[in-house]
Design a protein. Structure first.
Length: 331
């Protein structure tokens, strides 16, 4: 495997506050616990806690919640040199409730929100120059201006030689009329080398008219790897020359928040450990045994995240992931 000259995973998009609801006893008042979150921020912290080098890029409000997020990113080892702050809007909030099985539902206070005010001019060219991977999610596509910044960032990262990654992480309620724009989603998907979808997101792309194979074939016209996760069901992976599936790791679920972010962070951290950047990606995909080893590691990271509450605080360390896999940690 060739050694990458770029060695930073850059995660772009939203950071927000998750207020996790308690389950009050009879006669008691519901309370909320504050956690740092936001899908791309979670992914950055996942990489950092696994021992990787990463930078989070986004806009935070000049408020107490923005301060908390900045401190939390730094506390968990994520780089913040390219974070911007604004007084023009507050930091986004999400109120999270869990069902008895640990599945979550959200009530978002966004828009307006600081993260939506990031513009292409807010990018520092240095963040692209050092990036081996540039990772985004769809929550920075929900209105025209932040979508333009996201798509520009993806294009600039690719031009600089980075591998471009997207976890769709679709939250329909954040879109106008609660209807994600398929043309906008496809523009982002067609700008990515690595795509992660949940099963329900693949179904959305199918529009009730297309089959799985048709959508995957369309994605692989431009992408080089497509991953489809489906809760506890086996994950599927598709490359241009081959595909396969892997079983998930069964664990007791407490809180499903950040499971997908832990998964993608685990995979990206493994690519970084192996020195895989855009130039080396095709060679890496030509060795499915290596790919599936990295996907098993990513699956372990996602599994560990659901066993505890919160987002940043629930993300595992490298030692924890290796222990779940029953593998020794290299000295």
């Amino acid at each position: 495997m060739s050694t990458a000259t770029r060695n930073t995973i850059v995660c772009f998009g939203e950071a927000l506050i998750d207020f996790l609801a308690s389950t009050p006893a009879a006669g008691e008042t519901r309370t909320f616990r504050q956690f740092a979150g936001g899908a791309p921020a979670n992914a950055a912290v996942a990489v950092a806690k696994l021992g990787g080098r990463c930078e989070f890029v986004g806009m935070l409000g000049e408020d107490m919640f923005g301060d908390f997020l900045l401190d939390s990113l730094r506390e968990h080892g994520a780089g913040t040199r390219y974070v911007r702050r604004t007084a023009a809007a507050k930091t986004a909030l999400a109120f999270v409730s869990l069902d008895p099985g640990g599945e979550r539902s959200f009530s978002f206070y966004r828009p307006p929100a600081a993260d939506l005010l990031f513009r292409d001019a807010d990018f520092d060219a240095a963040c692209f120059a050092g990036a081996s991977v540039f990772h985004v999610c769809s929550n920075s596509l929900t209105d025209a201006d932040i979508a333009a910044a996201t798509l520009s960032g993806m294009a600039r990262a690719r031009a600089a030689g980075a591998l471009v990654s997207i976890d769709l992480n679709l939250r329909p309620v954040l879109w106008p009329d609660a209807t994600p724009s398929l043309p906008v989603l496809w523009r982002a998907l067609e700008a990515a080398d690595l795509i992660k979808l949940a099963r329900e997101e693949l179904e959305y792309l199918k529009e009730g008219r297309y089959g799985d194979d048709e959508i995957v074939a369309r994605l692989l016209r431009t992408a080089r790897l497509v991953l489809v996760t489906d809760g506890a069901a086996p994950m599927r992976w598709y490359a241009r020359a081959r595909g396969g599936q892997l079983p998930t790791i069964r664990v007791p679920m407490v809180d499903s928040t950040a499971a997908g972010d832990a998964f993608i962070g685990g995979l990206l951290s493994q690519l970084q450990r192996e020195g895989v950047d855009a130039r080396a990606f095709d060679d890496f995909l030509a060795h499915p045994t290596e790919l599936e080893r990295c996907l098993r590691y990513a699956s372990a990271c996602g599994a560990l995240a659901v066993t505890r509450h919160g987002a940043f605080v629930a993300l595992p360390t490298h030692a924890e992931a290796m222990a779940l896999l029953g593998e020794p940690v290299a000295a």
